[in-house]
Design a protein around this ligand. Sequence first.
Ligand code: NAD
Ligand code: TYD
Length: 353
Amino acid sequence: MLLVTGGCGFIGSAFILQWLAQSSEPLLNLDLITYAGNPHNLDSVATHPGYHFVHGDIGDSALVAGLLAQHRPRAIVHFAAESHVDRSSAGPLAFVQTNVVGTLKLLEAACAYQGSLPAQQAAAFRFINVSTDEVYGSLEPGDPPFTELHRYQPNSPYSASKAGADHLVRAWHHTYGLPTISTHCSNNYGPRQFPEKLIPLVIHKALGGLPLPVYGDGLQVRDWLHVDDHCAALRAVLEKGQPGQTYNIGGRSERTNLTVVRTVCATLDELRPLPGGRKYAEQISHVTDRKGHDRRYAIDDRKISSELGWSPRVAFEQGMRDTVAWYLDNPQWVQGVTTGSYRQWLTQQYGTA
Ligand code: NAD
Ligand code: TYD
């Protein structure tokens, strides 16, 4: 079986849903259910015989050691993290605690467990560390995209904490021989993303008749990767990736933030038109820029494409349309997550829930 950490979050839940739909191998989800963890993401597999859930912290060494000994997974796919850049500049400590210290504790437990396995199983064991392209820093408009050899230049407390985790993962491979692989993906989008991130935030605010906050000039560029493509890439890495290696995963869809927001608005105009011929784009509002805002991320995916045979399948325009449609079709999901600490965060960040 697999041990997945952070499986109640956006990408982890997509991975679990895809895995259980395509494999008969069972899976154990260890999640602390922070503000970003939503067990309802996995309602459709809650009674699936291959799905098991444990509420707990990756930093709880005794818990993790017990789970590994009991369930004897062949791999750990590590998603659990604090993941939002704006939160990281407002409160970096939680990022270091979860992303760096939590990953360290998980590595220690994984290493002790892997060392206890018979030689063949120990060699086949994998620790997949789901990292980000943000560890590479920021590109200028004409720069070539990030390869796996790009130097680390993290600019936010979030990316610095993920870089710290990556270095530990590398060291556990080099020093202790743990069969680790790190992946660096670009910005994911798709269903069930917490509405603090750009795309679900804009959909939510647009439907609420609120201003759509675009930081600065909105000409920052991100590469957008559909979450299902990302999960397929992780499955390829798990099956065919080489221990000690890193793989960049992108969507071949660089867009400015303004283009992304306008695409969301145009899709809403079509699927949920406003009365009186008004357009959602009229709600776009340029607000104060993010501190230390990275200008551009872009991925060179030639390594994963040539070595593991993976490439993205979802075209950005179709993926965006499906994503907007999913949020329109699932208002109860949005309502469920727009309560509690999320509201406090929105008030702190934007002065409105
Ligand atoms: P998310 O914030 O939606 O989910 C994180 C999950 O981790 C939540 O379910 C949360 O409850 C859980 N968690 C947090 N701390 C925990 C702990 N101490 N123990 C156990 N569980 C804990 O994040 P996401 O967007 O799904 O991202 C998943 C991973 O992918 C992260 O490592 C993130 O850095 C990375 N990543 C995300 C993106 C993106 O676009 N979302 C891009 C690049 C990389
Ligand atoms: P985000 O979804 O937070 O992901 P990341 O910071 O990991 O790239 O932000 C995506 C881009 O959108 C980023 O350049 C910041 C910008 N952005 C806004 O312009 N307004 C917003 O309200 C948010 C949340 C993000």
